[in-house]
Design a protein around this ligand. Structure first.
Ligand SMILES: Cc1cc2nc3c(=O)[nH]c(=O)nc-3n(C[C@H](O)[C@H](O)[C@H](O)COP(=O)(O)OP(=O)(O)OC[C@H]3O[C@@H](n4cnc5c(N)ncnc54)[C@H](O)[C@@H]3O)c2cc1C
Length: 372
């Protein structure tokens, strides 16, 4: 079979692009060097902070706003096509500060979100305990300097979302080849004519690199340097018999995400340690301590699992989305750092538009390869 597009990397970005292209009638193949959807996209927490497509000015905020709009429709369609509930829920987020410095950051964040019509409501102490009773002990401890409610914060159960994407892609005829690594490229003039793998040279009309934190070395093969690097994030999963709280809880860079079944994900760290996915005792103990401090009900909950994942970070915090310079049939979508789950449907939309020769609905100039 001749494929219209060969996608390298079956994380949330590659699978979302495959799904979007397949819906537009394209014949698509995805390869992943391991089981699809097992790297950063599995490891993440699935927090989707509020975004507003109508008021967003910068293309990154527009991409976030577009994605935020698309997520509910994707969840509904994926469930209809596969029967899998992706766990997308508008659970709301609470942002907490226990020092005056952190409180000042939250006040500034609230002011900047107000400018773009995103609700971030300051809570009086009695209101916090009313909307999230699990935080009443923290409230009464006198430690809180500020608390805000973001009603439009959502969560996605990312492992379920990935299962649904894989199933929906296959239902729509996408060929997903797992345990098959891309090692190099065949270039002829201004075209990519093949991808080298252990199973031989794979061919398609167009190619898209979505290899997350591993994209740097592949692009080096094409003579292109990017600022993509792995940033490790460690996580702890608690298991409680019943749900202990309802909102995503955020404090500085740390967060806690309550799943419907009583599980609670606690994260995370940001570490530059290369491709090392081991957890460390110090970080895990710190996350456990924070969680049990904020929600006392977790003191008796079991720890089911700990893990670390590698976010695809970039030097300027923007993803790389666009054409590979000097090749007229190769594209990249990688480097979504802490927001790849959130940004995936919007990224799929604009990459599909690009690949199919349409003008992308968002200006992709800030995301181009070879910038700064
Ligand atoms: C701890 C943690 C918490 C996070 N929390 C959130 C969150 O709350 N919200 C949010 O939006 N985002 C979050 N993220 C970020 C998000 O998970 C990532 O931005 C996103 O998963 C990146 O998706 P990806 O498809 O680019 O990469 P990946 O999921 O890493 O997928 C890349 C794929 O490429 C494959 N691959 C690599 N090299 C090759 C090769 N040579 N040949 C073939 N296949 C190859 C890999 O096996 C992998 O499957 C979090 C990430 C982590 C680690």
């Amino acid at each position: 079979m001749t494929y219209d597009c060969l996608i390298l990397g079956g994380g949330v970005i590659g699978l979302s692009i495959a799904y979007e292209l397949a819906q537009a009638g394209a014949r698509v193949r995805v390869i992943d060097r391991q089981q699809a959807g097992q790297e950063a996209s599995w490891a993440g927490a699935g927090i989707l902070p509020p975004a507003n497509r109508q008021t967003a000015v910068h293309p990154l905020e527009q991409l976030r706003g577009l994605s935020h709009q698309l997520h509910p429709a994707w969840a509904e369609q994926l469930q209809a096509e596969t029967g899998i509930d992706t766990g997308l829920r508008r659970c709301g987020g609470l942002y907490l500060a226990r020092s005056s410095g952190e409180a000042a950051s939250l006040h500034a964040l609230a002011a900047s979100l107000a400018d773009v019509d995103i609700d971030m409501n300051k809570l009086a102490p009695h209101e916090l305990g009313e909307i999230e009773p699990a935080l009443q002990p923290l409230n009464e401890s006198g430690q809180l300097a500020a608390a805000y409610h973001l009603p439009d914060e959502w969560q996605l159960r990312n492992p379920h979302h990935l299962q649904a994407l894989v199933a929906a892609c296959r239902n729509r005829g996408v060929k997903i080849d797992e345990h098959l690594e891309a090692t190099d490229f065949v270039i002829d003039g201004g075209e990519m004519t093949g991808v080298i793998t252990a199973a031989g040279i794979l061919k398609a009309d167009q190619y898209c690199l979505t290899t997350g934190a591993w994209t740097f070395s592949l692009l080096c093969r094409l003579g292109i340097q990017t600022g993509i690097m792995p940033i490790r994030g460690q996580m702890v999963l608690f298991r409680s018999r019943r749900p202990l709280f309802a909102h995503v809880l955020n404090e500085g860079p740390r967060y806690m995400v309550p799943r419907n079944d009583g599980r609670v994900i606690v994260g995370s760290t940001e570490e530059e340690v290369g491709f090392d996915k081991r957890t460390t005792d110090d970080a895990i103990q710190e996350l456990i301590g924070l969680a049990r401090d904020l929600v006392t009900g977790l003191q008796s909950a079991d720890i089911e699992k700990t893990w670390a994942g590698l976010r695809p970070g970039t030097f300027d915090g923007f993803p790389y989305i666009g054409a590979v310079p000097e090749l007229n049939n190769a594209f990249v979508a990688a480097g979504h750092f802490r927001s790849g789950l959130h940004l995936s449907p919007g990224t799929a939309r604009v990459v599909r538009q690009l690949i199919q020769g349409e003008s992308p609905e968002i200006d992709l100039a800030p995301f181009r390869l070879g910038r700064g």
